[in-house]
Design a protein around this ligand. Structure first.
Ligand code: CA
Length: 613
């Protein structure tokens, strides 16, 4: 359709909708899909006094079931049923108020066919922040209507990165060996300041124009698929941004949790599973606001629940998405979140969701794990959880201390609690993320610690996630402020002197880290034994931790020596139950053959990943 035709259509639509000042300002979701497992669709219609109107349609297969009105007359919720016979097309909705009537054409599209691609432990996910990764299109750095302007000199300002910048890097990421990308949120965050991180949604159905259009996101997913990669979208159901369009005219009084004065959550997500928790503490956990600029949604309102669930279904079907990372998973109402995860699975079997559950202990994380039988009866349908205990344990194990066995023992202890998870292979494992001191900084900028950590995370059980810039050991200290954890990826901006993709001006350390990362990720890609093999580990001793990944065809031995200065001798005899029948090996990291496994040396501060022969 050309521009002229478009504007004529727009004018025509506008004249249809404007009737003596009556305007439908928006309908959410903006479109829907045929062939859904559950044909129920609830439209949120917004417009002055729209609550006074009735709605009907004679579109074949579409039926208006009920209308729901709230204490705000400017909203009308239309419950439709789209039957399995309905075909894609334009559903004409007729709004009637006495003798007045107006129409709205609502698009019904075809949903993607075939099963969801999902994610599993054969994947490596690359987490990146859209504002900070690469500026592929400087023309969208400032966009009319968006309050906050570009300010690259400010660590908490907008830097201009966008979807085009990510698209431009797909070949680089593919060569690096990652199989999927997780974008920090890219939906509109039209906040006055500090909007670049994306966790203050102001429109659930619109990509922030400073990143690009919805259609550009859809194209990004499609291009990633062509290269054999997948995409995870970051979503937030707990809260919205204080400049969300709802905040000017709330759909109902109980749409958000409101208090006499600003009331913050206690951030104690453990209250949900604590058998002794006080009701007031649980209340504050769920209903308190995450921040003054983040109003807390009331997921106990069924209209809010439906709205949120539909946004996720819409983005999956619209963009052919592969996964969702749900922010602050334990903060919203837990039963609602379980219903959401279940509904996504029903609509898109095999679809991947990882919930951000930030706790120190495996017992707390496992409460939210798939198929976990909790004594209080809570059942989460969440396919995957973020494994923070393993993350923290890697820091303690590899950051270097006087007793090299101590940290390794803690790591061993954390993994020994895997009996708590019905399927530990589903856990997303990581060394750091956008909210934490970067791993390299955490370990005192030690390249050896970097290699130990990465070798571990790429060979233990789970779905590894790495944070952008990790591959060139970018630094960032949480105590300096979050902006410093999210610096521009070198080469992502035209004025950068350093360029990772071009290999320009990288230091020796950065090059070494990049080669190391690329080598290990690409090796891992092909190794089924690492993806799904069983695991056996040995109690750490003398600063050495040894584990095996094995299946009927293969066995891989991983040795981590955290001694600062001492080499260690590895004797087959000690690990004979895992090494019987194997005589030789090849170290994946160095490519060197080990001709005799009876006894061999490992250097200090070194990882060996040995394919046993
Ligand atoms: Ca840009």
């Amino acid at each position: 359709m050309n521009r002229l035709k478009l504007s004529v259509t727009a004018l025509l639509l506008l004249s249809l909708l404007q009737l003596k000042g009556q305007v439908i300002e928006r309908i959410d979701p903006p479109s829907w899909f045929t062939g859904m497992h559950d044909g129920a669709l609830q439209l949120m219609v917004y417009g002055k006094d729209i609550g006074d109107w009735e709605v009907k349609t004679d579109y074949p297969g579409a039926e208006v079931k009920t209308l729901v009105r709230t204490d705000n007359p400017n909203y009308l919720f239309v419950n439709l049923n789209i039957s399995s016979e309905a075909l894609p097309g334009t559903v004409r909705l007729t709004f009637i108020n006495g003798k007045k009537s107006m129409t709205h054409d609502y698009p019904l599209c075809e949903r993607p066919s075939g099963p969801a691609r999902g994610f599993n432990s054969s994947d490596v996910i690359y987490l990146l922040m859209p504002d900070r990764f690469a500026n592929g299109d400087p023309s969208n750095d400032n966009v009319p209507g968006m309050t906050e302007q570009l300010n690259r000199s400010h660590p908490g300002g907008r830097h201009g990165g966008d979807l085009k910048g990510i698209s431009d890097h797909l070949d680089y990421l593919h060569d690096l060996g990652v199989t999927g990308i997780w974008l920090n949120p890219f939906l509109e965050n039209n906040q006055e300041r500090y909007s670049y991180h994306g966790y203050s949604t102001t429109d659930f159905y619109r990509s922030d124009p400073r990143y690009g259009s919805n259609d550009e996101f859809k194209q990004l997913v499609s291009e990633a698929h062509k290269k054999g990669m997948k995409v995870v979208m970051d979503m937030i159901f707990n809260h919205i941004g204080s400049f969300h369009w709802w905040m000017k005219d709330l759909p109902s009084n109980d749409w958000i949790h409101q208090f006499e004065k600003f009331t913050r959550t206690n951030y104690r997500a453990s209250t949900y599973m604590d058998p002794y928790a006080a009701g007031s503490d649980i209340m504050l956990m769920e209903k308190g606001w995450f921040d003054i600029t983040m109003p807390d949604l009331n997921q106990s309102n069924p209209l809010v629940e439906t709205y949120l669930i539909q946004t996720s279904l819409w983005w999956i079907a619209y963009s052919d998405l592969d996964g969702i990372r749900m922010d602050t998973y334990p903060y919203p109402e837990p039963e609602m979140m379980a219903r959401w995860a279940k509904r996504v699975e029903e609509e898109f079997p095999g679809f991947f969701i990882v919930g951000e559950v930030w706790y120190d202990s495996p017992s707390q994380i496992s409460y939210w794990a798939l198929n976990k039988k909790n004594s209080d009866g809570y059942r989460s349908y969440l396919p995957s959880v973020t494994d923070f205990p393993v993350c923290f344990a890697t820091h303690r194990a590899f950051e270097g201390n006087d007793n090299p066995t101590e940290g390794l023992s803690k790591l061993y202890d954390v993994l020994s609690q895997d009996f708590l998870y019905p399927e530990p292979l589903r856990n997303v494992i990581f060394l750091d993320n956008h909210d934490m001191t970067r791993y390299y900084t955490q370990t005192g900028t030690s390249l050896e610690a970097y290699k130990l950590g990465l070798s571990f995370i790429m060979t233990t059980r789970g779905i590894p996630q790495i944070y952008y810039g990790t591959e060139i050991v970018m630094e960032g200290d949480k105590s300096s402020g979050d902006g410093y954890l999210r610096e521009e990826f070198p080469g992502g901006w035209a004025d950068h002197e350093k360029n990772v993709v071009a290999g320009k001006n990288l230091t020796g350390t950065e090059k070494e880290a990049l080669d190391f990362t690329r080598n290990i990720l690409n090796w891992r890609k092909q190794k089924e034994v690492i993806h799904t093999g069983r695991m056996k580990h040995y109690i750490p001793q003398d600063g050495i931790y040894v584990f095996f990944r094995y299946n009927d065809d293969e066995s891989v031995m991983v040795i981590l020596n955290t001694n600062a200065k001492e080499s260690r001798t590895v004797r087959k005899e000690k690990y004979i139950e895992s090494m019987a029948g194997f005589t030789r090996g090849v170290d994946v990291i160095t490519g060197q053959a080990i001709e005799d496994l009876t006894s061999f040396k490992i250097k200090p501060q070194t990882a060996m990943i040995i394919e046993l022969k």
